[in-house]
Design a protein around this ligand. Structure first.
Ligand code: AKG
Ligand code: FE2
Length: 199
């Protein structure tokens, strides 16, 4: 914690640079963005291939960007839609906190507790070295888990709340993995926006 009244929480984990802004977007505005994105984004469920096996991704996704460079992970190639007005608004707010200019936004819709995002790092080569990833949460709060790649005693979980921003930068992706695990609880829908720079 940076201080009693700080809106900015430095996770202070080794080999990383991760900052959490719990109140990045106020509740009322975050509610409006949730409804807009829930209804307007052409959410799709893609197949991914991991270790030679093909699965339906356990969540819906969409890719937006200001260039037409495709983004590929787990043998899936996504071609971006052009940014919409509300995504540009959110992107500009994120950019003023992150002090970076993003090209691309990957959106995730977790429909219920059975939707998830398995252990991974955002280290695709299109992101370059030490990528900055800015992750906005709208809707249902879900736990975000982090674990160090080699030091098994280093792990952390953080409840990402409605309207929050999580910034991961520096060597975070090189040394840590992250996931959104499934939960047996009855939970509502969560939208996550991850802003990235694709070179
Ligand atoms: O939903 C989240 O908070 C994480 C999403 C994520 O890690 C990703 O899309 O790479
Ligand atoms: Fe990720």
């Amino acid at each position: 914690m940076d201080g009693l009244f700080s809106d900015e929480i430095d996770l202070n984990l080794p080999d990383s640079d991760i900052i959490y802004y719990p109140d990045f977007i106020g509740k009322k505005e975050a509610d409006v963005y949730f409804d807009l994105l829930r209804n307007k984004i052409p959410w799709q469920q893609d197949d991914i291939t991991v270790f030679g096996k093909t699965y339906a991704q356990p969540r819906l996704t969409a890719l937006y960007g200001n260039n037409d460079k495709p983004y590929s992970y787990s043998k899936l190639v996504m071609v971006p839609h052009p940014f919409t007005r509300e995504l540009i608004e959110i992107k500009e707010r994120v950019e003023s906190k992150a002090d970076a200019t993003f090209t691309t936004c990957l959106l995730n819709l977790y429909r219920n507790g059975q939707d998830s995002n398995g252990w991974h790092a955002d280290n695709e080569k299109e992101l370059g070295d030490n990528p900055i990833i800015a992750s906005v949460t709208l809707g249902q709060e879900r736990f975000f888990y982090l674990k160090h790649r080699t030091n098994k005693s280093l792990k952390q979980k953080i409840l990402l709340k409605h309207g929050s921003l999580l910034l991961m930068k520096g060597s975070t992706q090189e040394h840590w993995l992250h996931q959104i695990p499934k939960t047996a609880k009855m939970v509502d829908e969560r939208i996550n926006l991850t802003f990235r720079i694709i070179i």
